[in-house]
Design a binder for this molecule. Structure first.
Ligand SMILES: NC(=O)c1ccc[n+]([C@@H]2O[C@H](COP(=O)([O-])OP(=O)(O)OC[C@H]3O[C@@H](n4cnc5c(N)ncnc54)[C@H](O)[C@@H]3O)[C@@H](O)[C@H]2O)c1
Length: 438
């Protein structure tokens, strides 16, 4: 078999998941030809950690010209996705990109133009679609069990101390770099909603604020935790070195990212994204989405209800419980569900299974149980990597799981419209923002 030459750009935390799969699982299909990051040492670290021999670059243009990849995997921060995707397509490469596709309407147009011009495709890395629970919800809807969806309520919770807080410690906290949580995070959720409802968003109204993190919200303020004067008193003190050591002990494939600036003060003046967001989306065929995202919650997870013309379904996920009060109640488990003793490890509770409660108008309600896969974003990562590297969905994708650039645009644009609506106080028609929207 001819191996595809593969280049990965942005060798941070997420890149490790991709590289690990290419090197360990898909090495017969893929050759890891090049790694690229402005911090060149991170590329060398990844080579060493994964036993790879990719050529390392700190210059993207040179990497594209010299390594002539067949596929470029974009895992850099959101504000540079567009430039890297467009250049890769124009160089004749396929692209697999991490979410979000991009952060602005005009960037979406550039990417779609480059796809058309080059004849090459962008594969959107929407791993949440591949989580067995999420795929099953789509299957239930397509089966007609609840009729045509007419509305959805989706509330998403980020834990205030662990994962949620992490967005306020790193580059994500700057709107110009991440598009805020309504893009960097909610792009998954808006994609799921678009996909489940089988429809295209038409207009958006949002109310958002920064209530918990940011300037003036904490008792203390510093620059970075590692050299902060309030280390011993601040409940948000984050020991990045200790956390990296524990991650390695727990066997996470994401090991350390050299010199990583992941411990910025969560009460910094620099934070200009929201932590509390409420969004209403009107869809083309009439369905309505009622969505909220909150980053000051004592656990992580989501609640979902979809109402259709013939019934309703409900589902929920709860995991990551970081607050001390929860520690006694829940087990302390590693990423594969193995129970670890002792405090200080990441506190998680991985239920054995999740369920979908289906309530047809004209019959008995029933529960569909699905196993909870504790690793790789609910198991979604393994399926998406398989889809990309092995093409296993290519011959049969009845649920339409494979996501394209247009799916990336459809979810990103809801977040961009919500940001605009929150700033102006007015509803935003997507067509106003993106002239090409039909
Ligand atoms: N699908 C998922 O579940 C998932 C999970 C995590 C992250 N992500 C996405 O993956 C991407 C990376 O996130 P992360 O958490 O790994 O971030 P990170 O901060 O850990 O790593 C980003 C890396 O990109 C590098 N970088 C910065 N500017 C660059 C440039 N111009 N060109 C190339 N590299 C550059 C940085 O030096 C860093 O090494 C983001 O788009 C993020 O939204 C997706």
């Amino acid at each position: 078999m001819n191996k595809k030459r593969c280049a990965v750009v942005g060798i941070g935390h997420r890149a490790h998941s991709w590289i690990s799969q290419i090197v360990k699982t898909y090495h017969e299909q893929m050759e890891l030809a090049a790694l690229c990051d402005p911090v060149l040492a991170r590329c060398h670290d990844a080579n060493e950690y994964f036993g790879a021999a990719a050529v390392c670059y700190d210059n993207y243009d040179r990497m594209l010209a010299e390594s002539t990849p067949d596929i470029v995997i974009v895992v850099s921060p959101e504000h540079v996705h567009t430039e890297q995707i467009v250049k890769a397509l124009d160089a004749g490469c396929e692209v697999a990109t991490e979410k979000p596709l991009c952060i602005k309407a005009e960037e979406a147009v550039r990417i779609l133009d480059a796809e058309r011009r080059s004849g090459k495709k962008v594969f959107m890395g929407f791993n949440y679609r591949h989580i067995p629970l999420c795929s099953k919800i789509k299957e239930v809807i397509l089966s007609g069990a609840i009729g045509t969806p007419v509305s959805a309520d989706l509330t998403w919770y980020l834990d205030y101390k662990g994962h949620g807080a992490s967005y306020f410690r790193r580059w994500h906290r700057i709107m110009a770099k991440s598009g805020g949580l309504l893009i960097t995070k909610a792009t998954h959720h808006f994609d799921l909603a678009n996909w489940w409802l089988g429809d295209r968003p038409e207009s958006v109204f949002a109310r958002c604020s920064l209530n918990f993190f940011g300037k003036g919200k904490g008792k203390f303020q510093g620059t970075r935790c590692r050299d902060c004067a309030h280390k011993s008193e601040c409940e948000f003190f984050y020991d990045i070195k200790d956390s990296e050591r524990k991650s390695a002990e727990l066997g996470y494939q994401v090991n350390t990212v050299r010199d990583y600036e992941g411990d910025g003060c969560v009460f910094s003046d620099e934070i200009d994204i929201y932590d509390t967001m409420a969004v209403m989306v009107q869809y083309k065929n009439g369905a309505v989405l009622n969505y909220s995202l909150n980053a000051s919650v004592p656990f992580e997870g989501w609640n979902l209800a979809i109402n259709g013309t013939k019934g309703r379904l409900e589902s929920k996920i709860t995991d990551n419980k970081p607050s001390p009060g929860w520690q006694e109640k829940y087990q302390i488990a590693g990423p594969t569900g193995n129970v670890l003793k002792g405090k200080g490890f990441r506190i998680t509770d991985w239920p054995a299974d999740y369920s979908i409660h289906v309530m047809p108008h004209d019959g008995d309600d029933y529960q569909i149980k699905l196993p909870n896969i504790a690793d790789g974003h609910g198991g979604g990562d393994f399926k998406i990597f398989d889809a990309i590297f092995n093409g296993t969905l290519k011959d049969g994708d009845p649920l339409g799981i494979y996501a394209s650039a247009i799916d990336g645009v459809s979810s990103m644009i809801v977040g961009a419209a919500a940001n605009q609506s929150a700033a102006s106080g007015q509803p935003v028609a997507i067509k106003e923002l993106l002239g090409i929207w039909g």
